[in-house]
Design a protein around this ligand. Structure first.
Ligand code: ARG
Length: 470
């Protein structure tokens, strides 16, 4: 056959133009799965020999040839030929060129449909695992920050208006919860990918006596897919991974947003290390949180990748359709992006310096002890909370008009609003007491934080143990 002709051109008297073949090619995207493709082929050839479909000598020649190709690719000597449609054709063609007819026997009882599904699943198993590992490093960095900052007080916000003071540890532990859930989503995506479709052939199985359990074991899959028609059409495992990436990217983006705000002169709560800041080419005073902004910005692409994948799959009839070749670019892009962003974030937060004075000052202003003042009346005078709330509302209004803080009011002044205020109200208004008062499970008091920390660390080590087993 003319070497320019596609491998499938047997029944054709004419073939598409080079331009069209380039349009149909996915080599530039899927060649990154070459290791998985070769592993799948070696497992398949070995199995064919065990089952007596190939002679042992033929399978050995195939394996040796594929090992030689591995070496060529690793040492950059492999000639990627753009005329090859995809990584599967490129490697198969190179193999046949290298070892002759034996190479041409490799594709017995196999289709590119189960081949591409196998390669992609193997590849995604690696990527989701690496991302889960990166996430755990981020969780550990947050745990360390929480441990080092449990006595630092920072305003907590709702509607980006000061709400109640919290410990900085409470803040960091909130994010560690999000990333713990993201970890679980990536592990779930790993498990979704962990089914071997090899042996499904084009869509209906094959007439050769394949041993699917053998190839699954060889490749490290823990299960074999149940239905061949589904196995070659299923890309749910990609959706799962890209969804996990999207949620995680949204979490990173929210954290980025706060880093950007909190490192401004206006907030001044945190300082980025210089290794994670950039300057301006024109304004010498600038220290920009570029990397946090970029993480926030990349959320658009990852969520876009999820959308692209969902829309690509929508409406596809069973089984394989060429549309599905469009699955890899968004999936790979989402994995590349999230892994990078997690790593950048881990380094960035580890280098943060808190400005405790600024945070404390901000926590004292803004009437953040108002709830505590109401709680004081409930507890001390047994007022119904709504009534206490009304009284404190008028105290806040009067302070606001005079430009004063709650803590500035004398006991006489407070008693002017309600006679039940006593001297001990001063303590109730101290910002550290306000934080300490919130001692319910999951709250921000130092005791509650110690429990949170313990639980967070425990969950982290369980997840680490799980990772080690995957
Ligand atoms: N390059 C193709 C893809 O990425 C491989 C599968 C091709 N199968 C086929 N029947 N044309 O989806």
């Amino acid at each position: 056959m003319n070497s320019k002709k596609p491998a499938w051109s047997g029944r054709f008297s004419d073939v598409p133009s080079e331009e069209l073949l380039a349009f149909g090619a996915s080599l530039s995207i899927d060649k990154r799965m070459w290791r998985q493709d070769i592993a799948g082929s070696i497992a398949h050839a070995k199995m064919l020999a065990r089952q007596g479909v190939l002679a042992q000598r033929e399978a050995d020649a195939i394996e040796a040839g594929l090992q030689q190709i591995t070496h060529q690719i690793e040492s950059n000597e492999f000639e990627w030929n753009l005329a090859d449609e995809d990584v599967h054709m490129a490697i198969e063609r190179a193999l046949t060129k290298l070892i002759g007819e034996d190479g041409a026997r490799l594709h017995t009882g196999r289709s590119r449909n189960d081949q591409v599904a196998t390669d992609t699943r193997l590849y995604m198993k690696e990527r989701t695992l690496a991302i889960a590992r990166a996430l755990n490093a981020l969780r550990l960095a947050l745990i360390e920050l929480a441990e080092n900052n449990s006595s630092v007080i920072v305003p907590g916000y709702t509607h980006l208006q000061k709400a109640q003071p919290i410990s900085l540890a409470h803040y960091y532990l909130a994010y560690s919860q999000m990333f713990a859930r993201d970890f679980k989503r990536f592990v779930a995506a790993y498990e979704a990918a962990d089914w071997s479709p090899l042996g499904s052939a084009a869509l209906a199985g094959t007439s050769y006596p394949l041993d699917r359990d053998f190839t699954a074991r060889e490749l490290g899959f823990s299960k074999v897919t149940v239905n061949a028609l589904d196995a070659v059409s299923d890309r749910d495992f990609l959706l799962d991974a890209v969804y996990a990436a999207s949620v995680c990217q949204v979490h990173l983006s929210r954290l980025s947003e706060e880093l950007i705000l909190w490192t401004t002169e206006e907030f001044g709560f945190l300082q980025l290390s210089e290794r994670y800041s950039t300057g301006s080419s024109i304004m010498p005073q600038k220290k920009n949180a570029d990397f946090a902004e970029l993480i926030r910005g990349k959320t658009g692409r990852v969520v876009g990748d999820l959308n692209a994948l969902l829309v690509t799959l929508k409406g596809l009839p069973l089984a394989y359709n060429k549309d599905m070749q469009e699955d890899k670019e968004p999936a790979f892009d989402a994995m590349d992006t999230i892994e990078q962003c997690i790593k950048v974030m881990t380094g960035m937060i580890a280098g943060l310096t808190p400005n405790e004075e600024r945070m404390k000052a901000a926590s004292t202003g803004g009437f953040m002890a108002a709830t505590d003042l109401a709680d004081y009346l409930v507890e001390k005078c047994h007022l119904p909370f709504r009534q206490a709330y009304e009284i404190v509302g008028s105290v806040v209004l009067s302070c606001e008009r005079q430009g004063r803080k709650l803590q500035d009011l004398s006991i006489d002044e407070l008693q002017g609003f309600f006679a039940g205020f006593g001297r001990d109200v001063e303590i109730a208004l101290r910002i550290d007491k306000v934080v300490e008062a919130r001692s319910t499970e999951g709250g921000t008091s130092s005791k509650a934080i110690a429990i949170q920390l313990e639980k967070t660390k425990q969950a982290y080590s369980l997840d680490e143990q799980q990772l080690a087993l995957l």
